[in-house]
Design a protein around this ligand. Structure first.
Ligand code: PMP
Length: 360
């Protein structure tokens, strides 16, 4: 979280003021989600995000609950309704743990299949789109546009139409949302848990093209039916109000940073510094193909794994936290989301260089 956002939230925790500075006499957590004060907050959040991400008007922006994993079920429940019996088709490009989980979950609701997978290469690359096995009757094609655990990022989204598919592209952009612009002409639906780049856990963002509404399975719970959520401007049920408020402060912060293009430049600089340090060292390495290395999540490994505990201990002492790799892949991982300043990455690489000098 950006520090100014936390400080602003702290300052109005018990007494939120509106855009004109008029105190409401209560904190956001105490407001009715139907109050005019909260309506102003959610509308501001929607408007600001639409501007930041240049979301076209024919897409709905929904604020929901359940996180990224719940969307693995909510997406097929919303897109795979068929008039008769039978299961609709959905294709998945499996480039790491998160797209793998999406595929597994979707099999409960549709005929979900892998169109391509890089599992044979330990999820270090993106399979060539020209070789994807896309079915002509697929209701959607799913990719995880940034694989948080394996550190694999799509630096340009696939153009399904150019690949001969009429299906809409669904992207799980949980871990790089708002870190770079999105080419909406290639996207039908995008979802993201808020907790990386948007705000606290508990809020989920869905951006969905209007023509994809109205195709839900009968079993889709009403509170998870995009059509109902959209018709009620994200207030069908009580939304995660505090999360939406925090996200709106993050959106304001992003605007103040110069918007998503400016943040993207900063993210490129941060990632380049870290990758140069890794590639230029004899101790560290990153196994991901150069063309799809994530700017947000940088897994790296020590050529002498026995030094890992000492690396982490020294990092902790230097105030460099949460560098342990995900338990499924081991090693180390630096997650350098939007709110991580360049100085944070500079401090990390300085520590990495000094650790290598003294230990290797
Ligand atoms: N997708 C991606 C890309 C993620 O990084 C995560 C969480 N790390 C998830 C889905 C799951 O999100 P949640 O825990 O919010 O359900």
């Amino acid at each position: 979280m950006p520090l100014p956002v936390l400080e602003r939230a702290a300052s109005e925790m018990s007494n939120w003021s509106d855009a004109q500075g008029r105190p409401s006499g209560m904190g956001v957590m105490e407001m009715s989600h139907r109050s005019s004060a909260f309506t102003a907050i959610v509308q501001h959040a929607e408007r600001t995000l639409r501007g930041l991400l240049a979301v076209p008007e024919h897409f709905k922006i929904l604020f929901m609950q359940g996180g990224g994993l719940a969307q693995n079920a909510i997406v097929p429940m919303n897109l795979c309704g068929l008039p008769g019996a039978g299961l609709a088709a959905a294709d998945f490009v499996v480039t790491g743990s998160w797209s793998q989980k999406s595929l597994q979950e979707a099999t409960k609701y549709c005929s979900a299949q892998s169109a391509a997978s890089s599992a044979d290469g330990s999820f270090h690359r993106i399979p060539d789109p020209a070789a994807w096995q896309l079915r002509s009757d697929a209701r959607y094609v799913h990719v995880c546009s940034n694989e948080t655990i394996h550190g694999v990022e799509f630096h340009s989204l696939p153009d399904l139409a150019a690949l001969g598919s009429k299906a809409p592209l669904v992207i799980d952009f949980s871990s790089h949302v708002a870190s770079r612009p999105v080419d909406w002409s290639k996207v039908g639906l995008a979802f993201a848990g808020a907790q990386k780049n948007l705000g606290p856990a508990g809020l989920t963002l869905v951006v969905v093209r209007e023509d994809l509404l109205g195709h839900a399975l009968d079993i889709c719970p009403s509170a998870m039916d995009y059509t109902k959520v959209a018709a009620n401007a994200s207030l069908y049920n009580t939304p995660p109000t505090f999360g939406i408020y925090m996200a709106s402060l993050v959106f304001d912060w992003l605007v103040a940073q110069g918007g998503v293009k400016a943040i993207e430049l900063r993210n490129i600089e941060k990632a380049a510094l870290l990758f140069q340090t890794i590639d230029g060292s004899d101790l560290y390495f990153n196994p991901v193909d150069a063309g799809c290395r994530s700017r947000m999540n940088v897994p790296f490994f020590l050529r002498e794994p026995a030094l890992e505990a000492a690396f982490l201990q020294g990092a902790q002492e230097a105030g460099l936290l949460q560098l342990k790799g995900h338990k499924s892949v081991g090693g180390l991982r630096a997650s350098i989301y939007n709110a991580m300043p360049l100085e944070g990455v500079q401090a990390l690489v300085a520590y990495m260089r000094s650790f290598e000098r003294t230990r290797a």
